[in-house]
Design a protein around this ligand. Structure first.
Ligand code: GDP
Length: 297
């Protein structure tokens, strides 16, 4: 799993004198390679720097275990530090959706996979947790997006709020809340409108909806292949709206997943799920081990 970085590091350590413990110089030399590996995996520069500092402190002076090479030992330290950063107290797959009807707000940029993820998650809640879910699209700018959610709902057997043309997002949110309460739903998911870029109007609109429904979970859906942009989007949404978790989509692509590390480090919010394709079943609970393996290459 770690051949890539291991190979690089074994090359580095071959040139170093073998000693009983990892010297500061050994570690520094090795961490230069680690830094390149992190940046290649799309981890943002400040996060990579901070991460390297932590690893450096942990690695320096560590006795080299006989059974592994110094290179393998550094990789193990890096791997463990990655898992540490990526793992929080929470169980990523367990949303806080007690006390029905629980509002779940889905936010993010247009094209990030928000509507698809809303439906995937609704299907998962229905099938794995036996929840009754209602989905509502608040994308009043794109009727096609509203239709898209209705089509997906029919496909997975999850109800969607009937579309009423001319309503504002907050009105739709209120109607969803009412219908969820009267209809005995466990969860209602609000698929908000996204834009190509973050703008004030979008943020204000999401804030207004948030203040009407007081979401139990606010999940940011973000394209995992967009690297640094994904991190900026997460920072911005967290500052303005307050997110409770992240869903990284398009992780079936060949991205290395460094954005996961950056987002966790910058926002402190958990990555909860990863999208692994366009199909309705292609959503998995986030596993730090898998991402760590991907980042190390
Ligand atoms: P929205 O504008 O944020 O609501 O984005 P959509 O849900 O409409 O998704 C945009 C496109 O990305 C669609 O073609 C989806 O099928 C696709 N998509 C969403 N999630 C994933 C994923 O995890 N992997 C892949 N390969 N495609 C995805």
């Amino acid at each position: 799993m770690f051949e890539n970085l291991s190979e690089r590091l074994s090359g580095v350590f071959d040139r170093l004198t073998k000693q009983g413990a990892l010297s500061e110089d050994d570690v520094k030399t090795a961490l230069r390679e680690v830094r390149v590996a992190l940046l290649e995996a799309d981890v943002s520069l400040p996060v990579a720097r901070e991460f390297i500092k932590t690893v450096q402190d942990k690695a320096t002076g560590q006795a080299v275990t006989k059974s592994v090479t110094p290179g393998q030992q550094v990789v193990k330290i890096v791997h463990d530090a990655l898992i540490d950063t990526l793992t929080g107290d929470e169980d990523p797959g367990k949303l806080k959706i007690d006390n029905p009807p629980a509002p779940v707000l889905m936010v993010g940029l247009q094209g990030g996979g928000k509507t698809t993820t809303t439906a995937k998650l609704a299907k998962r809640l229905k099938e794995k947790e036996g929840k009754r879910v209602l989905m509502a699209s608040l994308d009043v700018y794109r009727p096609a997006a509203m239709d898209q959610l209705a089509v997906l709902g029919a496909q997975i057997g999850v109800d969607t709020l009937p579309i009423v043309p001319g309503q504002k997002p907050v009105d739709i949110a209120r109607r969803a809340k009412q219908q969820a309460t009267m209809g005995g739903y466990d969860v209602y998911m609000l698929d908000t409108a996204g834009r190509l870029q973050i703008d004030e109007v979008l943020m204000q609109e999401v804030e207004d909806v948030r203040d009407v429904v007081h979401p139990r979970e606010t999940l940011l859906v973000v394209d995992g292949l967009t690297g640094q942009v994904a991190v900026e989007v997460a920072e911005e949404f967290d500052a303005k709206i307050g997110i409770s978790g992240v869903v990284l989509t398009r992780m079936d692509g060949d991205g290395r997943g460094g954005a996961a590390l950056s987002m966790r480090a910058v926002t402190g919010k958990p990555i909860r799920f990863v999208g692994l394709g366009e199909k309705m079943d292609a959503l998995e609970t986030f596993e730090p081990e898998r991402i760590a393996g991907r980042i190390l290459g």
